[in-house]
Write a protein that binds this ligand. Structure first.
Ligand code: SDX
Length: 396
């Protein structure tokens, strides 16, 4: 008996939990936040209304919205010491390395919101994190390009404030066009939550130890970075640019052949999903947003967008992808939109983290508020050596 036995690796990914926040029907390609279809939220609401919905379970009325927006707006600045913390990084550090550090560092500054078991602490931590993520992401960007940080302005919208902190300089202010502002706000909505994905499960598991909310969200940022998860939008755009360099649409067939070759290790980034075995509803909305933004910017002939649509068409008709129910996911078009509005590729996943922060917090708070919750402890199926005796080194 070696003590070894077979086990199903899938078992390790089937840990489940109860939640009332987001519902996904992978076969139908449906996504609902607190019962509202994503298609309706993306068109009829803005991101901060969606944050209110995810956090408190209801869309706000106009008074509730004003109060919520006011709270978030007045927490957009970060402690000045965070600027010095950031300056410890190399200028060429990946923004997700910087964000992992900055978000975790918030727990060193806001002691009135670190007790995860205190509902008031949790609520102020939620407001602070939602408010400060755009400031931190824009700081990471400004630091990487050697420009001074731009402070938030309280008379701007959430998306407008972010774009100004990204692209204004002391020499010249920046005003985002309403179409771009709305497109970015919609991108935030589409990325806000997605049930028990890898980074959300990470946040739940981390928070279940009783650590502070900032540390738990920092763990989610670290997990989202992976190319199989939130890093896929950066990888998808790099993939499209690579195909474009090699000859564009004419080279799609060659690329698809490589993807089908298991030994190539090449994936069609922005395609496939652990849950959706139909078209990711977010990808449809992202493609529409792409159209709107590219038309607004006079880029409707953008070669990468044309390449993406050609690649999608071919993949959706190819038996390999059809048999495996591989459809575009949220990451397939999001990179093209962000690139069109001037966001550097390296920042795509940081923006995903900015938007997903509200979902992580809502899921964490839901778990902590459940009196039955205990520290997470996934079970293992042991497949190592059977018990044995230590021999003196001369006999090993
Ligand atoms: C996100 O979980 C979430 O909700 C995540 C997310 C969120 O909002 O939080 O939606 C965000 O992470 C979206 C996914 C972004 N990742 C990518 O786009 C990277 C490329 N996609 C793959 O890495 C993959 O599709 C996964 C990781 C997303 C899912 O992997 P699975 O679970 O292995 O997919 P599957 O079981 O459906 O795969 C079935 C088959 C396998 O081949 P066989 O072994 O059956 O021959 O399809 C293959 C896979 O190898 N496959 C792909 C593929 N995705 C799966 N082949 C080529 N290209 C792909 N993209």
């Amino acid at each position: 008996q070696t003590g070894k036995f077979t086990y199903d690796p899938g078992f390790l990914s089937t840990a489940s939990c109860n939640s009332a926040i987001t519902y996904i029907d992978g076969d139908k390609g449906e996504l609902l936040y607190r019962g509202y279809p994503i298609e309706q939220l993306a068109v009829n609401c803005d991101f901060l209304e969606t944050c209110h919905l995810l956090l408190y379970g209801e869309l706000p009325n106009s008074d509730q919205k004003s109060e919520f927006v006011n709270r978030v707006t007045h927490h957009t600045m970060v402690n000045e010491q965070m600027h010095f913390f950031l300056r410890g990084f190399r200028r060429d550090a990946h923004p997700m390395a910087v964000m992992t550090g900055l978000v975790g560092a918030l727990s060193a500054f806001y002691h009135d919101s670190t007790d995860i078991n205190n509902p008031e602490h949790r609520d102020i931590a939620a407001i602070r994190l939602i408010a400060k993520m755009p400031t931190l992401v824009s700081m990471a960007y400004k630091y990487s390009v050697g420009q001074p940080f731009i402070y938030p302005k309280n008379d701007l919208s959430y998306a407008g404030n972010f774009m100004r902190m990204m692209f204004a300089t002391p020499c010249e202010d920046f005003h985002v066009s309403p179409v771009i502002e709305r497109a970015l706000d919609r991108i935030f909505i589409l990325h806000a939550d997605h049930e028990q994905n890898a980074s959300t499960s990470t946040v739940r598991l981390c928070g279940s130890s009783g650590t502070n909310p900032f540390a738990a969200i920092a763990a989610g940022v670290a997990c989202l970075w992976g190319p199989a998860h939130g890093g896929a939008n950066e990888a998808a755009l790099n993939m499209l640019e690579d195909i474009q360099r090699r000859g564009g649409v004419e080279k799609i067939g060659e690329f698809i052949t490589q993807v089908k070759d298991k030994n190539s290790g090449i994936k069609l980034m922005g395609f496939g999903h652990r849950v959706y075995k139909n078209y990711d509803p977010r990808a449809k909305l992202m493609r529409e947003t792409c159209h709107e933004v590219l038309n607004e910017l006079g880029l409707h002939n953008d070669p990468l967008f044309k390449l993406a649509m050609a690649l999608e068409k071919i993949a959706l008709e190819d038996d390999y992808f059809v048999a495996r129910k591989l459809y575009p996911n949220v990451d397939f078009y999001s990179g093209i939109v962000q690139r069109a509005i001037g966001i550097p590729v390296s920042l795509f996943t940081a923006i995903f983290a900015l938007a997903r922060t509200v979902g992580w917090i809502a899921q964490l708070n839901e778990m902590i508020a459940d009196p039955e919750y205990k520290i997470g402890r996934p079970r293992q199926l042991f497949s190592g050596a059977a018990p044995r005796q230590v021999k003196p080194i001369g006999e090993r």
